[in-house]
Design a protein around this ligand. Structure first.
Ligand SMILES: C[S@@+](CC[C@H](N)C(=O)[O-])C[C@H]1O[C@@H](n2cnc3c(N)ncnc32)[C@H](O)[C@@H]1O
Length: 217
């Protein structure tokens, strides 16, 4: 797995099977803040004091790391629960050696070293290792926010299917938000079929927008 520097100076990897990078080449850390934390209104949720996050396709955890930085800066006492779903332990182990600018990345490193679970003051994180299409079915309770970040619909279509998105949708509370970088028509149709209203997300690092989906039923 080749390590690559992105446009904002942060690092990503090139996946050998899918021949895709894990993050936008224009800026991996920037993408996490702008395409995931911001549209999911993490700042506003932090003010309320509790956030439950489902991070699908956790990878090296940039979306969660950006979220911890935003939420804990806004409200250091915010109760944050993160459940990450990830199939590949090789990428999870990379977290331990990564150097990033995220202030709270150390918590992710500690979590990986503690067998994928960490309770640190008001932050509770765990990763469930396995195929997210299966592990999502066994999650308990509802989430406020979902980061949905598989490889592209063109390269990994089964991760964007109506069936999987419906299973994901069942775990998101009404009014909860799912953010994803893809704006593919089929992805948006499947999100609507899974009970979401969809709209354009931010344009970051490319010409097309991301997608922000709000759970409506
Ligand atoms: C685009 S990368 C995600 C990057 C990640 N969000 C980050 O911040 O580093 C896609 C991820 O999906 C994972 N993945 C692929 N198939 C999966 C599956 N069936 N279940 C769970 N994760 C899967 C890959 O191992 C990879 O880490």
């Amino acid at each position: 797995m080749k390590k690559l520097k992105t446009g904002d100076g942060s690092w990503t990897f090139l996946n050998d099977t899918f021949k895709e990078t894990y993050h936008s080449i224009s800026g991996a850390e920037e993408e996490a803040f702008k395409k995931y934390a911001a549209p999911c209104k993490i700042k506003e949720l932090a003010k309320k004091g509790v956030i439950r996050i489902l991070d699908i396709c956790f990878g090296i955890g940039y979306n969660t790391a950006a979220t911890l930085d935003v939420a804990l800066k806004e409200n250091p006492d915010c109760k944050i629960e993160v459940v990450g779903l990830e199939a590949d332990e090789e990428i999870l182990k990379k977290i331990i050696l990564m150097k990033t600018r995220f202030k709270n990345y150390g918590l992710l490193q500690e979590m990986v070293e503690s067998n994928y679970e960490l309770k640190h003051r008001n932050v509770h994180m765990k990763i469930i290792v396995g195929d997210a299409r299966e592990t999502v079915k066994h999650l308990k309770g509802e989430f406020d926010v979902c980061f949905f970040d598989p490889f592209s619909p063109a390269r990994h279509p089964e991760m964007w299917s109506e069936e999987f998105l419906k299973d994901v949708g069942e775990r998101i509370r009404r009014g909860g938000i799912l953010a994803t970088y893809s704006c593919a028509t089929m992805v948006r149709i499947n999100l609507v079929r899974a009970g979401f209203d969809v709209r354009d997300g931010p344009i970051v690092g490319r010409r097309s927008p991301a997608t922000v989906a709000e759970k409506v039923y």
